[in-house]
Write a protein that binds this ligand. Structure first.
Ligand SMILES: *Cc1c(COP(=O)(O)O)cnc(C)c1O
Length: 402
């Protein structure tokens, strides 16, 4: 093509100008593609889409997605990473890749709710049985592993009630039985503990770490994305083949947003954590609060396990729950949430705005919860506002409701 090509429509599409190479800036470029162009047919036939030696199709990777994958693998201490459109898609992809008809999957009763729902409906339709176990009782897990068990989900701490399990012990039990372990590592975010090195000497780790990048890696409450990190090439490839056949892709702009937020994540995580702990301690002194559920606070369920795994980093997410004393009605709890001004009512966490959400625990747990006081569970996600302003907001809402 040269300037003598007559039609301006064609000339604009096939314009010959190439910007000079060697552009270097703080943020990487954003490459967008469905189609990837090959120099010739031989190159097209030779290209391998299963690894990062080249490019074949937008769904299988671009320079932008490769960059984020490599950074996330490093963050979590893994070797390979796959990006998916949400945290829940990460959980679903792991299950669909590793389970088949006749298999069993073990899920903690306090797992992220939609992970249990996927097992109850879709996995059941495919003839995959799920069994709920008590993550705080390693012997319960040990007793429930059968020859059909192919996958054990782990979560530290559990969703909403934030009980911190003895994660190394749970992994050891699965290892001894040769069962694959997959951790939902959204809370730890690769910062509170190393999922592939739970003892600090390289001797023990999970097989798969799934992470809702929607939370701290995105940090803005404006991106949905998930990742699946592994250390074993064969396991990675197995999940990647399913990932490819399911057609899971992520948008380049969303990847860019996470790449931009990732460098500040450790600072943000620390800031969320510090204010959350202070507010949790303060709430523990309030009359309406029967119990504070924060794994870094002494007395919380599993605190010793948090101390053992995360004590060195002294790190926790900016997330905690309280049990509002049973003498207060649901209407009062609702009024408390509605009275908050800075805390907004909404799902998810990890963004700059503090969030509050009341939960009906009875519908969320199949097993008894004797470690929890009677009452209504309210979860807080602490954003990046000033601690004193948040405390004042909590105080006025408590006064308005109880
Ligand atoms: C939010 C969350 C997910 C799901 O992430 P989405 O991106 O919202 O689908 C999974 N697990 C845990 C523990 C979460 O908090």
């Amino acid at each position: 093509m040269n300037d003598s090509t007559p039609d301006i429509r064609t000339r604009i599409v096939h314009h010959p100008y190439q910007p000079p190479e060697g552009f270097v800036a703080p943020q990487p470029g954003v490459f967008k593609a469905s189609t990837v162009i090959f120099p010739n047919v031989a190159a097209m036939r030779e290209r391998e889409w299963k690894d990062k030696t080249g490019y074949t199709y937008g769904l299988h990777g671009t320079p932008t997605t490769y960059l984020l994958e490599e950074r996330l693998a490093t963050l979590e201490g893994g070797r390979q990473c796959l990006l998916v459109p949400s945290g829940l898609a990460a959980l679903a992809t792991v299950a669909l890749a590793l389970l088949r008809t006749g298999d069993e999957v073990l899920i903690p009763d306090n797992a992220y709710g939609p992970n249990k729902a996927l097992a109850e409906v879709e996995l059941a339709h495919y003839g995959i049985r799920h069994v709920l176990y008590d993550a705080m009782d390693p012997q319960d897990l040990a007793a429930k592993i059968t020859p059909a068990t192919r996958l054990v989900w782990l979560e530290a701490p559990g969703s909403v009630t934030l009980e911190f399990p003895d994660l190394p012990e749970l992994v050891r039990i699965c290892r001894a039985r040769g069962v694959c372990t997959a951790l939902d590592n959204t809370w730890g975010a690769g910062l509170a503990f190393a999922p592939f090195d739970l003892c600090g000497d390289g001797s023990l780790g999970v097989d798969v770490s799934a992470h809702a990048l929607t939370k701290y890696p995105s940090g803005g409450g404006d991106v949905l994305m998930g990742s699946i990190v592994t250390r074993d090439e064969a396991l990675h490839l197995k999940i990647k083949l399913t990932h490819m056949r399911l057609g899971l892709g992520v948008g380049a702009n969303d990847v860019e947003a996470v790449l931009r937020a990732l460098p500040s994540m450790a600072l943000r995580y620390r800031a969320h954590d510090q204010v959350a702990r202070e507010l949790a301690r303060w709430l523990a002194t309030q009359a309406a609060v029967a119990q504070v559920l924060h794994p870094a606070l002494p007395g919380a369920p599993g605190h010793a396990h948090w101390q053992a795994l995360c004590g060195q980093a002294d790190a926790a997410a900016g997330l905690f729950s309280v049990v509002i004393d049973a003498r207060h009605s649901q209407a009062q709890v609702d009024r408390f949430c509605d009275s908050l001004q800075l805390f907004k009512i909404g799902y998810s966490w990890g963004g700059p705005i503090s969030l509050v959400m009341p939960y009906e625990l009875a519908s969320m747990r199949q097993r008894p919860t004797p470690h929890l006081r009677a009452g209504t569970v309210v979860r807080f996600s602490i954003g990046l506002e000033a601690q004193e302003d948040l405390r004042r907001d909590l105080a006025q809402a408590l006064a308005a409701a109880f």
